[in-house]
Write a protein that binds this ligand. Structure first.
Ligand code: DX5
Ligand code: ZN
Length: 219
C-alpha cells in the first residue's frame, strides 16, 4: 500500500492549520527543516513542529536538512516528531550513529536520507535499525523542482538492499513527485511518496493525494 506524505513547504504558512486540514486524508505530514548551511535555504524549526503536533493527528515525518543533526534530535522528539530523517552527508558516520541512537532513546522512528550524489550502499551500516530510507529525487533545498530520473536506479538499489536486510523498512522518495513521476518511483520500489507542489498547487489537494495513491495501480 502506497503512503502519501504532503510536504507543507508548499503550504501557505500564514494559513498553516487550514492547509494541514486540507490534507487530512494523507498518511503522514512531511515537514522540511532547513538550516541555510546543509542546504541553501531556511525553513522552519522546533516551535512549528510543536504547534503542528497540536493541530493534526497525522504522524509528523520530519526531514532534517541540517548539519550535525544529532544536536537537535531530542528537541524535535519532544516537540512531537513521529519520524526523523537525517542526511548521511550531514555528519561523520559517528554523528549519524549518535543521531539514530538518540531517536531510539526518545522513541522516534528512524530514517536516513540520501542526496542524489550518495550511493545506495551508504545505507548499509544503518539499514537493519531503520524504519525508513529517504531517497531524494531532487537536490534538497527547494520545492517545485523537476524529478531526476537517474535517481530511479538508486531507488531500485535501495529497494534490493531493503528486501535483503530489513524488508519492513519503508522507502520514501522526495522531490518532483507528480501523478506522472509517482508510478515510476513506485515501480522502482518506493512505497512512501512526498509531494509538495503536486498537492498544494492543486485546486483540490485531496483529489491530488488520491491521484498519487493511484500510482500503485498504474501498469
Ligand atoms: C525539498 C524538500 C521537499 C519539497 C518537495 O528539499 O525536501 O520535501 O517540499 O517539493 P516538491 O514535491 O514540490 O518537489
Ligand atoms: Zn523533504
Amino acid at each position: 500500500m502506497i503512503k502519501i506524505a504532503p510536504s507543507i513547504l508548499s503550504a501557505d504558512f500564514a494559513n498553516l492549520e487550514r492547509d494541514v486540514r486540507r490534507v487530512s486524508c494523507a498518511d503522514y505530514l512531511h515537514v522540511d527543516v532547513m538550516d541555510g548551511a546543509f542546504v541553501p535555504n531556511l525553513s522552519i524549526g522546533v516551535p512549528v513542529v510543536n504547534s503542528l503536533r497540536k493541530c493534526t493527528g497525522l504522524p509528523l515525518d520530519v526531514h532534517l536538512m541540517i548539519e550535525k543533526p544529532a544536536r537537535y534530535i531530542e528537541a524535535f522528539a519532544k516537540a512531537g516528531a513521529s519520524l526523523l530523517s537525517v542526511h548521511l552527508e550531514a555528519d561523520h558516520p559517528t554523528g549519524i550513529a549518535q543521531a539514530l541512537e538518540l531517536m531510539e532513546r526518545h522513541g522516534v522512528k528512524k530514517a536516513v536520507a540520501l542526496r542524489p550524489i550518495t550511493k545506495a550502499q551508504a545505507v548499509l551500516p544503518y539499514l537493519q535499525q531503520l524504519d525508513m530510507v529517504l531517497v531524494m529525487t531532487v537536490e534538497p533545498g527547494f520545492g517545485g523542482q523537476a524529478f531526476l530520473p537517474e535517481q530511479l536506479d538508486t531507488i531500485r538499489q535501495v529497494r534490493a538492499l531493503i528486501e535483503r536486510y530489513n524488508p519492513a523498512c519503508l522507502l520514501e522518495v522526495d522531490g518532483g513527485i507528480t501523478a506522472k513521476t509517482a508510478p515510476l518511483a513506485v515501480q522502482a520500489g518506493a512505497n512512501v511518496l512526498v509531494a509538495g507542489s503536486a498537492v498544494y498547487g492543486a485546486d483540490d489537494p485531496a483529489a491530488a493525494i488520491a491521484a498519487l495513491r493511484a500510482a500503485e495501480l498504474t501498469p
